[in-house]
Design a protein around this ligand. Structure first.
Ligand code: URA
Length: 442
């Protein structure tokens, strides 16, 4: 087999076999196939697409390219959740204890933040003492005993995806639905999930800017799951503004705790209940999404979800008393208000811009090696549709003392807000659900 023939075949719109795709993935991983050939193939896929069978085969080849987590020692259906990336997205902190509290085991590997997006591991590490590196034995034991553990990615999971994603990043081939779908699903499969719930974002702050494209991506991922025997459901949600009010590690943990107390922002609560409900159904603990949602709402109201969060934090060495007193979390030295320059209605908030602003304050990393400050970030005071008068506070920056970046960040946050004279049309948070049975718009 020769790489050039496979590139040729794809360039002309042909369908590659599983054997051919495995040859490309393995060859690229071991260095036998150079970057220039893999990029030519990726560009051919960008223009020609892939069939569902090809997408599933590529996914499996990438999942098989490195270590795979074996979660079989954990009893029950292990349902993983994945978000296609968002700003202020602290859903894992809420959903993991919430669904574990009704008996769905959560054995999750999460990542750190990079650039304008945050990472669950950084958020958890803002809790004093919390350990994100556990031995495999301790991880499995904790999920079997408590129903829940979240750790940093360990081992050499999907090296082919890492290498290919980095190549796509510099060859303008990221925005290809089959390549994104196989990249995401290969990681979930290698992480050992029996079933998968995907949170697919759409809008200005997301990879997919329209609902139609987001549905296509969701359908491609659900199809992969179905083809390889892992039940998959995807919820498409709006990312035209950040989720909830908090951006920044400790600030997001604080908001997650409020949500677990049943007093969180309505958009965040709604998304967590919906994604969680799909996990509960796939985990076999409820027959319908509506029934599962009711069950989870009950867990927020009766304190069981918060109790599970506390047990989880304590089991991984963290200070669980933060759940009773959020003021024990790291707090920034100063708060700086960003004011509205005009009166009207908030018509849009550029989520990505706010993510970058939070990163500049020290909440995120510009490079993989950079260190972060858990205490800093942004609290949004006005969301899309809210009326404002000139001089009203749009957002509050939580900053280090005398941070030289404050003026630049204030300007960025102010620019992220669009204010119009007319009240904008309401945009629903939840847009559609994609399962093996089909696509349903809300
Ligand atoms: N996220 C991924 O993990 N992979 C992609 O290709 C795009 C987004």
């Amino acid at each position: 087999m020769r790489a050039v023939d496979l590139i040729h075949k794809k360039r002309d719109g042909g369908e590659l076999t599983a054997k051919e795709l495995t040859f490309l993935v393995n060859g690229y991983c071991d260095g036998g196939i150079p970057d220039y050939q893999m990029s030519a193939w990726a560009m051919a896929v960008f223009f020609r697409g892939m069939t569902p069978a090809e997408t599933a085969a590529l996914t499996l080849a990438m999942a098989n390219s490195g270590d795979q987590a074996d979660l079989t020692p954990i009893a029950g259906v292990k349902v993983d959740k994945h978000s296609t990336g968002g700003v202020g997205d602290k859903t894992t902190l809420i959903i993991a204890p919430l669904v574990a509290s009704v008996g769905v085991p959560v054995a999750k590997m999460s990542g750190r933040g990079l650039g304008h997006t945050g990472g669950t591991i950084d958020k958890l590490e803002s809790i004093a003492g919390f350990q994100t590196e556990l031995s495999r034995e301790k991880f499995l034991e904790q999920v079997n005993e408590l129903g829940l553990s979240v750790i940093g990615q360990s081992g050499n999971l999907t090296p082919a995806d890492k290498k290919l994603y980095a190549l796509r990043d510099v060859t303008a081939t990221v925005e290809s639905i089959p390549l994104i779908a196989s990249s995401v699903m290969s990681k979930k499969i290698a992480a050992g999930a029996d079933a998968i719930v995907l949170d697919v974002k759409t809008g200005s702050g997301a990879f997919m800017k329209t609902v139609d494209d987001s549905e296509k991506l969701a359908q491609a991922m659900v199809e992969i799951g179905t083809q390889i025997g892992r039940q998959t459901a995807a919820v498409i949600s709006d990312m035209d503004q950040p989720l909830g009010f908090a951006i920044g590690n400790a600030l997001e943990v604080r908001e997650a705790i409020e949500t677990l107390r049943g007093k969180g922002p309505s958009d965040l609560t709604e998304l967590c209940l919906t994604l969680g409900a799909h996990m509960v159904v796939l985990g076999g603990k409820a027959a319908t999404v509506a029934e599962a949602k009711e069950l989870l709402q009950h867990q927020l109201d009766n304190g069981e979800a918060l109790a599970k969060f506390k047990q989880f934090i304590a089991a991984q060495g963290g200070d669980a008393s933060v759940a009773d007193d959020v003021n024990l979390l790291p707090q920034a030295a100063e708060q700086v208000e960003v004011k509205a320059a005009a009166a009207g209605y908030i018509s849009a908030i550029d989520a990505e811009q706010l993510g970058v602003a939070a990163m500049l304050l020290g909440a995120g990393r510009a490079t993989k090696e950079a260190s972060i400050d858990y205490s800093v970030g942004i609290i949004i005071r006005k969301k899309v549709g809210d009326p404002v008068s000139e001089g009203d506070t749009l957002a509050v920056l939580h900053t280090r003392a005398q941070d030289a970046a404050v003026d630049e960040v204030s300007a960025k946050v102010s620019d992220a807000y669009a204010i119009s004279a007319m009240k904008p049309a309401e945009r629903p948070l939840l847009l559609s659900v994609v399962t093996a049975e089909g696509t349903m718009r809300y």
